[in-house]
Write a protein that binds this ligand. Structure first.
Ligand code: UDP
Length: 254
């Protein structure tokens, strides 16, 4: 047995060298962190759920012709992905006011926005991921204007898809964060959706009760994080309705 080469370890995931050049293995951990790692907890089974939910979303995006880094899920905690050059931006798309937008602009949480709003944050833990504009991004060379057009059009397409997907299972997509990467293929380079899309990176509210089914349960000490992620997976048809996650993680359908 050889030890795999670890390329990168983040807050909730580890990237390992993949089986072929140009591929990586993305491993989902059970760590929940918030407020730039000031708050940290292990939630048994969270990585398994995020791996499965993110797989479901990314395979649908691929099938719709929205390019992503995702190739296939390998096991309960890992997926095979294409190696991309990550653009150091968090792209946030909002449909309903919540979180930092509500705080910054004094708009009540839950207020529907007149139209979807795209925001950019510079990925830098030391600076606490500051919000930046397209001007900063192109001036500092994090992405060029053509790439920004591609990123915004991807963000809108992903938002439309996710809104519809969640609407169909009684969930309101309040906002979400996505990341993009440059995929190099021969002498071509294109922008693809990367990282993960899961209840860790979305705000998901039950359509009728407004119950939070996302990481705000952890950020705001509400408890029931795993149960909420499980409910999202169950509604998407990824878990049997009567399954409960205990220490060892859920048993998955398929
Ligand atoms: N988000 C994320 N990672 C971050 C910051 C935000 O996945 O480092 C997601 C968050 O879950 C929410 C959306 O981006 O779905 C908007 O987050 P917001 O700017 O309101 O920040 P927060 O209130 O979470 O600090």
């Amino acid at each position: 047995m050889n030890r795999r080469r670890r390329i990168y370890e983040g807050k909730a995931k580890i990237l390992y060298e993949g089986p072929e050049p140009g591929t990586l293995v993305q491993h989902f951990k059970d760590d929940a962190t918030a407020f730039n790692k000031k708050k940290h907890q292990i939630v048994d089974g969270k990585g398994v759920l995020n791996n499965r939910i993110s797989e479901y979303i990314f395979s649908n995006l691929n099938d719709m012709g929205i390019p992503t880094h995702f190739i296939r899920r390998l096991n309960m905690r890992e997926q095979l992905i294409r190696e991309v050059e990550i653009i150091p931006l968090e792209v946030v798309v909002r449909n309903v006011a919540a979180g930092s937008l509500s705080e910054r602009l004094g708009i009540d949480e839950g207020t529907p926005l007149p139209r979807s709003i795209i925001e950019f944050y510079y990925k830098n833990d030391e600076l606490g991921d500051p919000m930046v504009s397209e001007e900063h991004i192109t001036a500092f060379g994090w992405a060029n204007p053509q790439e920004m057009d591609d990123i915004m059009s991807l963000a809108i397409r992903v938002n439309d898809f996710l809104c519809g997907l969640f609407l169909g299972v009684g969930i309101r997509l309040v906002d979400f964060k996505m990341e993009c990467g440059r995929l190099y293929e021969n002498d071509m380079v294109r922008i693809v959706v990367a990282d993960e899309i899961s209840p860790d990176s979305c705000r998901l509210w039950d359509m009728t009760s407004n119950e939070k089914l996302d990481k705000d349960r952890f950020r705001r000490d509400m408890g029931g994080l795993l149960e909420a992620y499980q409910e999202v997976a169950r509604r998407l048809g990824l878990l049997n309705s009567n399954e409960r996650v205990t220490g060892t993680g859920p048993v998955l359908v398929q």
